[in-house]
Design a protein around this ligand. Structure first.
Ligand SMILES: [Zn+2]
Length: 420
């Protein structure tokens, strides 16, 4: 749990510490610690705190004191350094950073796309600093307000930028991929990168298994298939290698879904479902939730898992189910959780642009049978409550379905950008 918490907080130092502990104790107990060791070596290679600063790209002019400079004490400058390293912008603060110190927005003005990062802070060298990154037309850095440092990435195309907070540091990354704006140019070499990423999308249920039945007697199996298909095309457009476990109304056993993903050597597995509750809760229950597989059994996860697991679990009794769940590979759980967080955040962010009332159900752990056999990070998304009158209707509207697919695809992009 401490390890997971460290991963969630992006606290690399503590992540490392707990991994080292896990390995030490595991070895004492004669357990196989290979996966932890692998994770640790990965961590060592990206360890930002241990990396000595590579050549600075900050261009400082001779200090031309500006009018106000003398009146501010040095201590009012809480941002110490802004640089580009490994084609990422790195902003170093003098103190720990919380998520709400950063405001990220996108704008389109005069045919240009702006990715705007506002930081709660002051940086003495804002105006002499020049930043250059591959794949970004122009970067502008300004002390926008007294307490707001603004960094803008300005482009002729819609760039995908993400930021990561790590203790006193914020890292802005771009996906090294231009979104295809040009009509036919095949000169997009970077798009090839996604090609070796294999994604298996699993539309839940099918055939004799209708899944949940919602308002107006509409079936879960149908909306999840449509969303899965939109997602399939969206991800293909972004250059990924994508497979669907089913592309028509057909029954498939749960275990065959993950078997398929294993056979395809998938990097990630995404199962798509819609949620349902008993009639007394129809009005109240709504929102999007993303689950990753874990042995944890909160009552809520248990309830939803019980519905989703229904078709295929009968062949196994409870204790063997539990036994299987407890041997789950911890590093896979961690990656699944990371994937879940990225997908859930992007899904919500994207869909809320149009559907502002959309509820955040969070990223949760649960014992979902369809995820058990998968050898890769895997998640299950409940794209909404089919039993709620508003959501139940939207879930069958094309514009909503497409937006959900786009949000999930953005999440996949974001996951792969952080976890190469
Ligand atoms: Zn389902």
């Amino acid at each position: 749990m401490d390890y997971l918490r460290a991963v969630l907080n992006n606290d690399k130092k503590s992540e490392k510490q707990h991994l080292q502990n896990l390995i030490k104790i595991g070895k004492k107990l004669n357990r196989n610690v290979n996966t932890y060791e692998k994770e640790l070596s990965k961590l060592a290679s990206v360890d930002i705190t241990s990396k000595k600063a590579t050549p600075k790209k900050v261009v400082k002019k001779k200090t031309t004191p500006k009018k106000k400079t003398t009146t501010y004490k040095n201590s009012s400058y809480n941002i110490s350094k802004v640089t580009v390293e490994d084609n990422q912008i790195i902003i170093d603060f003098k103190h720990y950073i919380k998520k709400d110190y950063i405001n990220y927005s996108e704008e389109k003005r005069g045919g240009k796309y702006y990715d705007i990062f506002d930081f709660d802070g002051r940086f003495e060298d804002a105006s002499p600093t020049k930043l250059v990154m591959n794949g970004v037309d122009r970067i502008r850095i300004t002390q926008h307000k007294y307490r707001t440092l603004r960094i803008e990435l300005i482009n002729s195309f819609n760039l995908k930028a993400i930021y990561i907070i790590s203790k006193k540091r914020v890292i802005i990354k771009i996906l090294n991929r231009k979104i295809e704006k040009e009509s036919n140019s095949k000169a997009l070499p970077k798009i090839e990168n996604n090609k070796d990423k294999v994604i298996v999308i699993d539309p839940g249920h099918g055939g004799k298994d209708s899944g949940a039945i919602g308002v107006k007697k509409r079936y879960e199996k149908n909306t999840v298939l449509t969303v899965a298909k939109y997602l399939y095309y969206d991800l293909k457009k972004r250059g990924y290698t994508v497979y669907l476990t089913r592309n028509k109304d057909k029954f498939i056993e749960l275990r065959d879904r993950t078997k398929f993903a294993n056979r395809k050597n998938a990097d990630i597995f995404i199962s798509i479902h819609a949620n349902a509750v008993p009639k007394s809760q129809w009005k109240k229950a709504k929102g999007i939730e993303t689950f990753f597989l874990s042995p944890a059994r909160s009552s809520r996860a248990k309830r939803i898992a019980a519905i989703e697991n229904k078709t295929d679990m009968s062949s196994m009794n409870n204790s063997s189910q539990n036994a299987l769940l407890t041997i789950l590979n911890q590093s896979k759980i961690t990656s699944s959780q990371k994937l879940g967080i990225d997908v859930q955040q992007n899904l919500l962010y994207t869909a809320r642009k149009k559907y502002k009332d959309l509820q955040e159900g969070g990223v949760r752990e649960g014992p979902f049978w369809v995820l058990v056999g998968a050898q890769m990070p895997s998640i299950l998304i409940e794209i909404g409550y089919i039993t709620n009158s508003t959501e139940g209707r939207r879930l069958f509207e094309t514009s909503y379905q497409r937006l959900l697919a786009k949000g999930i695809a953005n999440g996949v992009d974001s996951y792969f950008a952080k976890n190469q």
